[in-house]
Ligand binder design. Structure first.
Ligand code: NI
Length: 391
């Protein structure tokens, strides 16, 4: 099949996905569409426990040769609970659902890469696993993919994300972290409810919560290394429901972010200690629920070099990706696998998750070709490393 036809499939799939966004773990039609295109082109879809999303494979699949290198390419496939306001001819047909983070772009670019790799299958020096991951936004779909065990033989893994910071034709690369560790906390300050006119008969949780909210910001300004990025954002406070009753509890909710493991731990320990001791000082108690999200991404410097070389070979510009305190669950893969999370310039636009966010489809086909080049270069790189006895 001519390459022109594959490019058409990529463009059409992108528009179809954009019109039919599905939320995390609800990507049934999305998965069906991806599976159909892959199977029409004889790409092997691997058996897995995934309810939505899938893992496919190109290369010496099914053969006894399990010694060759294996690389994985990942696209996330889910959309967001946002009502689209772009006015695009292929805008979302579902109110309250939108591909506002470009995961439709990732999915169709990876699909294009799968079709191109399939054509070159006989010449590939190893295998390429194509991960269409559900529920990045949940977050945690990456964990579901890891639980399938299908990545157990993978030597290196690559993912991409659209970026409105760069024009079409530019990639953003950076060694180390490009996105942050993400934790969520809910702290309940528990006192003893009473009449507003008789505070002495109860324990007011509001002053404790207020003191904690003030003190929490000193963690970043006073405890954290000033050269290490990190933050505490308190985003939700709830307590009491009228003017003449001192409530029993106050809920304080928020998130902490950092780029380093030590900073992540330091922020958590300090935040919990402040909550507990401030509550105690006020005669109340702090009940803490902590939800660990993904760690920071961790791009391997050696693989960033490879990714940069491939970009140069394909006449793409490379800019330094800025680090962000946003989260990305690709980081779960990077806890055990080396590789790179690449930003793909899709033209200046409103920011991700905005109802007016959009990507320029002109960046799709170059992104598909880049993923192919990256997979090929990665397989070669691993082979060379093994031949030289060092990696
Ligand atoms: Ni995203």
């Amino acid at each position: 099949m001519a390459q022109q036809e594959e490019e058409k499939i990529v463009q059409e799939t992108f528009r179809w996905l954009h019109r039919h966004p599905e939320l995390s773990y609800e990507e049934v039609e999305t998965t069906k569409r991806v599976r159909e295109v892959l199977q029409e082109h004889d790409v092997t879809v691997l058996d897995s426990s995934l309810q939505t999303g899938l893992v496919a494979e190109v290369g010496a699949a099914g053969s006894a040769d399990t010694e060759g290198p294996v690389v994985a390419l990942r696209a996330d496939i889910d959309a967001l609970p946002v009502t689209e306001e772009t006015g695009l001819p292929y805008a979302s047909e579902i109110p309250g659902r939108m591909h506002a983070c470009g995961h439709d772009f990732h999915t169709s670019a990876l699909l294009g890469a799968a079709l191109l790799l399939k054509q070159k299958e006989a010449a590939l020096p190893g295998r390429v696993k194509l991960v269409f991951q559900p529920a990045e936004e949940a977050p945690g779909g990456a964990k579901k993919v890891l639980e399938t065990g299908l990545l157990g033989d993978v030597d290196a893994m690559f993912g991409l994300h659209v970026s409105p910071l760069f024009p079409v034709g530019t990639l953003g690369l950076r060694a180390g972290a490009v996105t942050a560790s993400v934790d969520r906390f809910q702290i309940t300050f528990r006192g003893k409810g009473t009449h507003a006119a008789h505070p002495d008969a109860g324990i007011d949780p509001i002053p404790a919560a207020a003191a904690f909210i003030q003190a929490a910001q000193t963690i970043v300004s006073r405890n954290l290394n000033p050269f290490a990025p990190g933050l505490v954002s308190i985003t939700h406070v709830e307590g009491g429901n009228t003017w003449n009753v001192i409530p029993e509890t106050v809920l304080v909710e928020g998130t902490t972010r950092s780029l380093g493991k030590e900073e992540r731990q330091l922020i958590r320990e300090n935040l919990c200690r402040l909550a507990e001791r401030i509550a105690e000082g006020h005669g109340s108690q702090a009940e803490i629920d902590w939800y660990e999200g993904p760690p920071a991404t961790d791009n391997t410097p050696e693989w960033v070099e490879v990714a940069q070389k491939v970009a140069e070979q394909q006449s793409l510009s490379v800019a330094e990706a800025p680090a962000s305190l946003g989260g990305e669950d690709f980081a779960y893969y990077q806890e055990t696998l080396p590789g790179v999370f690449v930003l793909v310039g899709t033209g200046h636009s409103y920011s991700n998750h905005n109802p007016k966010f959009q990507v320029d489809p002109a960046a799709l086909w170059p992104a598909a070709q880049y993923l192919v080049g990256l997979a090929e270069a990665a397989l070669q790189h691993i082979l060379k490393g093994k031949a030289g006895g060092a990696k």
